[in-house]
Design a protein around this ligand. Sequence first.
Ligand SMILES: C[S@@+](CC[C@H](N)C(=O)[O-])C[C@H]1O[C@@H](n2cnc3c(N)ncnc32)[C@H](O)[C@@H]1O
Length: 250
Amino acid sequence: MLAISMHFLKSKILFAPYWIVIWDIYRMNDYYSEQLSSNNLKRCYDIAPSRVKQYLQSEVDYVLEHIQKTDHVIELGCGYGRILKDLLPVSSKVIGIDTSIESLIIAKDFVEQKIGCHLFQANAECLPLQDVSFDKVVCIQNGISAFKVDPLDLLKESIRITRKGGLCLFSSYSEKFWEHRIDWFKLQADAGLIGEIDWNRTSDGVISCRDGFTATTFRPEDFSNLSSQLNLDTRIIEIDSSSVFCVISV
Ligand SMILES: C[S@@+](CC[C@H](N)C(=O)[O-])C[C@H]1O[C@@H](n2cnc3c(N)ncnc32)[C@H](O)[C@@H]1O
């Protein structure tokens, strides 16, 4: 049985065996839902230069090192299912949630595997899921910045749904990766996937576009400040000189 709270009763549509629950009690009019979803989001990853592809793979590999075959895993902000596809063969149940229904519809086909994967439209800050339901909560590719939610609330909500002995894994970009990150975002802007980069407002870990898109960075000290408010064992580690992970033991 899926561990879904009473909020589930308010869900509007259910597809089986892949379940995409439309959870639109709150309006989900974020940049990713309106501008950067489904095939546009996929194109961002498809056009990534080789060093960026290495970064993306290293991030996933680091997560996979922490997954066990019996684990119930949730990915927050799963997009079109890029990471879900790697999580499915190594765990027992995988749930992907995202605010963008368009991305979830693509994920349904992209992930292909029909059993053990469930997709929900939900906001990571307020999950319609029961307490202590997952062994691993995964929020990588700078989701903590992309979600535009209070980061401490995001961490607390992730911890709430994690079982004792489980882990919450968050990642952002390493400062060492700045030039590669900029090159990649410039390619995305040139392809019309995000707005033109506003170079006057782009520096020090912040990328700002003329259409309102903004991406920030959570540095090790930012993760450290956040986790110091949680009273849980936390490991902050840089991987591949490209990403910074914050791994919280629950
Ligand atoms: C940078 S993309 C990463 C997608 C996927 N994790 C990957 O690495 O391929 C961020 C994703 O988070 C989703 N998102 C944005 N705000 C969210 C929120 N508040 N809760 C859940 N997902 C959100 C977006 O729709 C988008 O799919």
